[in-house]
Design a protein around this ligand. Sequence first.
Ligand SMILES: [Zn+2]
Length: 249
Amino acid sequence: MQNLIEQIANSITNSKKTVVVTGAGISTEAGIPDFRGENGIYRKLGEDRVMELIHIDSFRRDPERFYDFYRKHFVYSQVEPSKAHYILAEMEAKGYIHSIVTQNIDNLHQKAGSKNVIPVHGNADNFVCMNQQCRLIYASEAVLHQDDLVPRCPECGGILKPDVVLFGENIYNYMDAQDNILSAQLIIVIGSSLTVYPLAGFVRAFDSFTQDLVIINKGPTYMDHAAKIKIDTNTTGAVLEQICRLLAQ
Ligand SMILES: [Zn+2]
C-alpha cells in the first residue's frame, strides 16, 4: 500500500489540475450512515419505497409525511467532518487540488474548510422557502428547532424544503461538475462505487489518454479496470494523511 500512496502523491505533484470526486464513503468515517450501504435505508426499505418517500411529488402532496421520514433518516446536524474532510481542505489550501465535486448532502467538506466545493445533490444544512415569491434560504439550526414537524419560513410562512435534490428534481451544478471532471488532468474518486448518476457518468466519460484516474474506496467500483491506482481501504483519512505528508516533503 505504501508504494501506491507514493504513486498517488507523485500523480498529484505532476498534475496541473486535480479534481476530487466524493461519495458516501468519505462521510461514513464521520458517522453518517451510507444510505445505499449494507445497513442503509435503501436496503432496509427498498429503493422504490425510499424513492417514493423522498420524491418531490410526495413532498408537495404531503409534507408532514415527508418530514416525518426525512427527520428520522437524513438530519445529521451534529456530525463533525472526518479527518479525510479536513485533509482535503488542507490540500486545497496548499494548491494540490482544484475542486471537490460531491454527491454528499452533509455539508462536511464546507464545514471542514474546503472552498471550491460543487455539491450536485444540494446541501441538507440549508432550507429553502417553497413560496416562489420568497425563496429565502435558511441554515438548518435556524429552522429545525421549530415546534411544527414541517418547518415554515419565518418571513412569509411558506413551507421550507431541504435544499437537496429530491427524486424527480434536477441535479444541481450539472455543467460545473461536468466541466471540472472532464477538464481535470487527475481525477481522484473517494468513497464512491460510481453507481450514482450523474457523477458516475462523468467519470466514465473521462479520457484515459489525457487523464489519470485514482480510486480510494472500500470495495470494488465500476471503474476499477480504468484506474491507474486503486486503494481499497476503510481508513481514507489515514491514507490521505500519508499522501499529504509526502506532498509536503
Ligand atoms: Zn418565505
